[in-house]
Design a protein around this ligand. Sequence first.
Ligand SMILES: C[S@@+](CC[C@H](N)C(=O)[O-])C[C@H]1O[C@@H](n2cnc3c(N)ncnc32)[C@H](O)[C@@H]1O
Length: 174
Amino acid sequence: MTPALSLVILIVLLAAFGTALVGSLRAAPWLPTRTKDVERLLSMAELREGEMLFDLGSGDGRLIAAAARKPGISAIGYEISLVPWIWSQLRLRGSRLSNARVRYQDFFRADFSQADVIVCFLTPWAMKKLKPKILREMKPGSRLVSYTFSLPEIKATRIDRPHSDDIPIFLYRR
Ligand SMILES: C[S@@+](CC[C@H](N)C(=O)[O-])C[C@H]1O[C@@H](n2cnc3c(N)ncnc32)[C@H](O)[C@@H]1O
């Protein structure tokens, strides 16, 4: 292996692990929503034609791709870890979904007022950090759907957990 190739591989690995670490420290490590739960989560959002969905930390893009396949729905994912971001770009291009995008951006810097529905799968401490921004920016009538973790000290509009071994999904309506 030439020194130049070794250097390129080193830079790629540093970028992959470094950005994964940043994501884990900012809000949550990359762990995908279980395939069997994707539709359960989206049905909680009660998506209507013409609506815009955000996924905060969109991972491999499975949720935004599934949302964008529904009639009249646009989806934007925010992701700061390089490997899932690249993976999601490939997924969207492969499926020719022009109404879905993934931004390489920290979602704490996104403008939530543009979203009709926000979905997330984060951590308890990230939900606590996110709460003031949700309350400040989400517009009336919009919905937050959170996989696994609830918003602290706010009563969920609905909690879906069909069986005790299912992961809970929390719906909050603004
Ligand atoms: C538990 S995963 C959920 C992935 C996806 N939403 C799903 O349900 O399959 C959380 C994702 O959030 C990303 N993440 C963490 N903090 C972030 C931030 N501040 N901005 C954007 N993405 C972030 C992580 O890199 C990770 O991919």
